[in-house]
Design a protein around this ligand. Structure first.
Ligand code: ADP
Length: 246
């Protein structure tokens, strides 16, 4: 299996504090790859480095073998490496369809146009409905975002990210804060969107990691501690001690 995303010896320092230290990461094309580790381990910072929201202090990032270390987030998003938008970027006063339409307009570089011919808007609406269908939200397309559950907002967040047509999708704690009843819906959604693309996710819920993820990378205090399948990670004594506490 080929490597779609790779970090080589990446480090990130914030004012002298090394949040990520010489981390190597290889993500196989088509896999679901988890990043786990205790709070402060550097997972979110590594996400920021991979998606170019953070500049690297040292090291390199490769997407499909191409060095993207000097690229910005918009550039890598157009190359197919996208992180999920935070719920804070969802517009509560718009309907679900309108939220996805805004993401599609952004993708196609036309969000700055206040007025658009109705046939263009109709095309975006049709595409928005297809994406809402993809995440199981089509029946709620006309509902205001503020009216739907937190779990459905997270599913909407995935739909707006799919509007970017990602080949590699990075999800930061996709089930965090979610009611237990909504978790299976998001787990199935991630499994389904991962059929057509690679997924990298930061996740604290280890049973979700076990059921979804092909590979797991463990970070502790900014450093790579282990990498492997979930059962390899679970049986690794250093990981058990540092992370699981067993
Ligand atoms: P995790 O996602 O694993 O909880 P983070 O990547 O958020 O860890 O943080 C790793 C460390 O880097 C933490 O000690 C955090 O306080 C620090 N850190 C993260 N972002 C910044 C920043 N912008 N400025 C200074 N320190 C930061």
């Amino acid at each position: 299996m080929s490597i779609v995303l790779e970090a080589r010896q990446v480090s990130k320092s914030f004012g002298g504090f090394l949040a990520v230290k010489n981390v190597d990461l290889k993500v196989h094309e088509g896999s679901i790859h988890a990043l786990i580790g205790p709070n402060g381990a550097g997972k979110t910072t590594l996400f920021g480095l991979l998606t170019r929201f953070h500049s690297t202090t040292s090291g390199s990032i490769f997407l499909k073998g191409e060095d993207i270390t000097s690229k910005g987030p918009a550039d890598v998003a157009l190359r197919g490496l996208c992180r999920s938008f935070q719920i804070s970027s969802i517009f509560p006063g718009l309907t679900l369809r309108e939220n996805v339409r805004v993401a599609l307009q952004r993708r196609h570089g036309s969000s700055h146009q206040f007025w658009q011919p109705s046939r263009v808007l109709r095309r975006f609406d049709d595409d928005a409905d297809r994406l809402l269908d993809r995440v199981g939200l089509r029946p709620l397309a006309d509902r205001l975002c503020s009216e739907v559950s937190y779990g459905r907002k997270r599913a909407l967040e995935i739909a707006t990210t799919l509007a970017m047509e990602p080949k590699v999708l990075l999800l930061d704690e996709p089930i965090a804060g979610m009611a237990a009843g909504d978790i299976p819906m998001i787990v199935e959604l991630i499994r389904s969107v991962a059929k057509d693309r690679t997924v990298v996710m930061v996740e604290h819920n280890l049973s979700v990691v076990e059921s979804l993820c092909d590979r797991v990378t463990v970070l502790v205090r900014g450093e790579l501690m282990a990498e492997g399948t979930y059962s390899e990670i679970r049986d690794n004594p250093a990981v058990r001690q540092a992370y699981i506490g067993a």
